[in-house]
Ligand binder design. Structure first.
Ligand code: NCD
Length: 326
């Protein structure tokens, strides 16, 4: 296993399956009355968040705590970053505190890569979303969710996944295209031409402008949020027009195959890319994706910080477990 997780594109098929299988083991811990393993006792995980986040930050925090690591949460707001402190000086401070892993979310694409290739820190770097580039743990938790619903014997080879909406600004879409490609799934992107990135033709997927045409052949339909905070121009005429052509409502959902699921990474713009009826329907896995995110992040932290055998194989020392749950 590699030392850092920067991009889903760096994962081999073997790495990806190891993470997904380890996450299955971690998910079993969540079903126990005491949801904690002593595995990362004495290790420190820093959550370094330069951009807003709800799900991802608390998910990494829950994951690290379930593995008994010490967790330091750092958010740029209210820190010396707002006084102009650089990424380098922030990283040197974290290194001085003895961080074994730094989970970083940054508005600049490439910031986690910069950190991982610098000599500023000695620990592992995990990308929790960088600009419009990548969000590898989101793609992993999406694949984990798909394996449970539409995988044949956990295999996603040949499954058809449709990703709809603001592809241009979506690090979730990029990471999913890479990971699903590695796992052998067929991906179709659906978006207005203005919300597709330049060079999308070279991505390992198909592109369509017609949602209704691809719905009937999809095993999973992933809806993306329209990322207004990253838009500096008008990318579509009106919200109503966008919702009419690219939003998922009850009528469209009814045209999906019976076994197919609706996914969304959150946060959702209800009424825009997804109606409340669809978001709240039992076919929508958005809340389950959040639950699965904790198992995936446990697996990633466990594997990066040195786990090389089955996470649950070593019997937990009872004293240590008690100590950690006090
Ligand atoms: C996504 C993100 O931050 O990239 N959300 C998430 O991590 N759950 C998608 C988004 O912000 O729309």
């Amino acid at each position: 296993m590699m030392r850092h997780l920067i991009s889903a594109a760096d994962l081999t098929h073997e790495d990806a399956v190891l993470i997904l299988d380890t996450a299955e083991e971690m998910a079993r811990v969540a079903d126990r009355p005491i949801k904690k393993l002593p595995t990362l006792r004495g290790r420190t995980v820093v959550n370094l968040f330069f951009e807003d986040s709800t799900r991802t930050r608390i998910s990494f925090e829950a994951a690290a705590k379930r593995l008994s690591a010490d967790v330091i949460n750092f958010s740029a707001k209210g820190s010396s970053v707002s006084k102009g402190e650089s990424l380098k000086d922030t990283a040197l401070t974290l290194e001085a505190m003895g961080a074994d892993a730094v989970v970083i979310r940054h508005h600049d694409s490439g910031a986690p890569h910069r950190l991982a290739t610098s000599d500023w820190i000695g620990g592992s770097v995990v990308n929790a979303g960088d600009g419009t580039h990548e969000h590898p743990t989101q793609a992993l938790l999406d694949a984990f969710t798909m394996r449970r619903h539409i995988g044949s014997g956990k295999d996603l080879a040949g499954r058809r996944v449709t990703i709809v909406g603001d592809i241009l600004h979506s690090r979730v879409a990029r990471s999913n295209v890479h990971l699903l490609g590695t796992l052998g799934a067929h991906v179709t992107l659906v978006a207005p031409p203005t919300l597709l990135p330049v060079g999308v033709e070279s991505w390992p997927c198909e592109v369509s402008y017609d949602l209704d045409r691809v719905l009937a052949g999809s095993d999973a339909v992933m809806m993306l949020r329209v990322q207004r905070e990253r838009m500096n121009a008008a990318f579509f005429p009106t919200e109503r027009e966008y919702a009419r052509r690219y939003g998922l409502d009850g009528d469209r959902m009814a045209r999906m195959p019976e076994h197919a699921v609706v996914m969304h990474p959150g946060p959702m713009n209800r009424g825009m890319e997804i109606t409340a009826e669809v978001a709240d329907s039992p076919r929508c896995t958005a809340v389950e994706q959040v639950t699965n995110g904790v198992s995936i992040r446990m697996a990633v932290l466990y594997l990066l910080l040195g786990g090389n055998e089955s996470a649950l194989s070593a019997p937990a020392e009872p004293r240590a477990t008690e100590e950690n749950n006090r």
